[in-house]
Design a protein around this ligand. Structure first.
Ligand SMILES: Cc1cc2nc3c(=O)[nH]c(=O)nc-3n(C[C@H](O)[C@H](O)[C@H](O)COP(=O)(O)OP(=O)(O)OC[C@H]3O[C@@H](n4cnc5c(N)ncnc54)[C@H](O)[C@@H]3O)c2cc1C
Length: 396
């Protein structure tokens, strides 16, 4: 709990993976931190399929055993024709118990010295005409002000505070994936092998997924390009998908909806003395829609940058370091998705055949996503033509 009139080095808005990671790394490196989270219970409700690569998680946190629902050892990819391609990749990643992980990361921040205020909604910034001096928030119906040298905006896809910063939060409709997901008990799954289903009938502009969680449970979801909903809801696509693919009896345990920004990162992640973290900075992977790893990473780099800025370095090292690590990958993935969503089901089947030929049934210890895209795109004549925009980024 905060003490009155205290000036923090950093106020973090949002206790998701991005905000928790930022608070932890800033506090661990000596900054006085306060994290505000509007929810009463961290991580609840969940809006995620909980998949993450091993490297994505472990470059920021050593996972505790109870953060992991299952280990991922490969994947099944389903082309629209129904052909299934299996890729083996031991130790590829995890399906998380994200609610536990999120709470634990904020707990680790508290242990490192951060103050945590739940049920606290940031509503505006304190601005002196030159820099931001903190935030205005509502804590259990009471208006409060928290003063800070730096602010980290890690509020996910809630755009209201981006607006207050004077930034344009607009996401083009086709760069916005609208998702629906059920936690389901009783459908047949292959433990350790998340499944991905492509097709313009199944999930136009996106894909459907089945992520096994162990103990007979799975996260079954669908993401559809906003512009391709055609008056339907994402949940309509999800119900159709489950109905057509699973004839066994199943029970829905949780219902989840959410939006994933796949437009690629904002040009700048530092705005005066405010840093944009995770989905607030649109650093979610545009190809997969996965955003946990980049939220953790951007939070880590931002937290470290605050500690350095307190000793005189430029806060911009946050965005410089982030783009040095992730800029090219995000750009390639953004363009690759743009290409993928223009393909007909016939072309997706042809692409599936190429993936099958190169990767099907084989075991890999690492897959570089840029090399993967390069290999499969360059083997398909029409995609090669479409991919000419990608060429400079692929060969950079
Ligand atoms: C259906 C679905 C499935 C997904 N599946 C995956 C997946 O399998 N793997 C993956 O990597 N990614 C997945 N994602 C994306 C992933 O969930 C996000 O990219 C990730 O959560 C981003 O983390 P974040 O910390 O930036 O934001 P969030 O996780 O959204 O956290 C933001 C936090 O800020 C709080 N907040 C917001 N506004 C305020 C305010 N004004 N004041 C105080 N607190 C505030 C919120 O309550 C929330 O706790 C999925 C997304 C959806 C919608």
């Amino acid at each position: 709990m905060m003490s009155a009139n205290k000036i923090y080095d950093l106020v973090v808005i949002g206790g998701g993976p991005g905000g928790g990671s930022c608070a932890y790394y800033a506090a661990k490196n000596g900054a006085k931190v306060c994290l505000v989270e509007r929810r009463k219970i961290l991580g609840v409700p969940l809006s995620c399929a909980e998949g993450i690569s091993k490297s994505g998680l472990e470059s920021c946190f050593q996972p505790r055993p109870n953060w992991i629902a299952t280990n991922v050892s490969g994947a099944h990819l389903h082309a629209p024709s129904g052909i299934k391609i299996t890729i083996h990749h031991p130790d590829a990643g995890y399906i998380l118990e994200r609610k536990i992980m999120e709470r634990d990361i904020v707990g680790l921040s508290a242990l490192a010295g951060a103050e945590i205020m739940t049920q606290t909604t940031a509503i505006d910034f304190i601005y002196n005409g030159k820099t931001f001096e903190g935030i205005i928030a509502v804590h259990r119906n009471k208006r409060i002000e928290l003063c800070a040298k730096y602010v980290a905006l890690a509020c996910g896809t809630d755009n209201r505070l981006l607006n207050k910063l004077g930034l344009n939060p607009y996401i083009p409709p086709d760069d916005m994936i609208v998702s629906a997901e059920y936690v389901v008990g009783g459908i047949p799954v292959d433990e350790g092998y998340p499944e991905f289903f492509l097709g313009n009938e199944i999930a136009p502009g996106g894909y459907a997924w089945v992520f096994p969680k162990g103990n007979g449970l799975a996260n079954v979801g669908i993401g559809v390009g906003f512009e391709r909903l055609n008056g339907k809801l994402a949940v309509d696509f999800l119900n159709k998908f489950i109905h057509e693919h699973y004839r066994t009896r199943y029970e829905i345990i949780e219902r989840i909806t959410g939006v994933v920004p796949v437009c690629g990162p904002l040009k700048h992640l530092v705005h005066k003395n405010v840093m944009l973290i995770g989905d607030a900075g649109r650093v979610c992977d545009p190809f997969s829609g996965g955003g946990i790893a980049n939220a953790l990473l951007s939070g880590k780099l931002a937290g470290e940058a605050v500690a350095k800025a307190l000793s005189g370095e430029d806060l911009k090292i946050y965005e410089n370091n982030f783009f040095a690590l992730k800029g090219r990958e995000l750009e390639v993935h953004r363009i690759a998705r743009k290409i993928l969503i223009t393909l007909s089901d016939k072309e997706l089947n042809e692409l599936g055949a190429i993936v099958d030929e190169l990767y099907g049934g084989k075991t890999f210890s690492a897959i570089d996503s840029i090399e993967f895209l390069k290999e499969i795109f360059l083997k398909h004549p029409r995609i090669l033509l479409l991919a000419r925009k990608l060429i400079p980024a692929l060969f950079k």
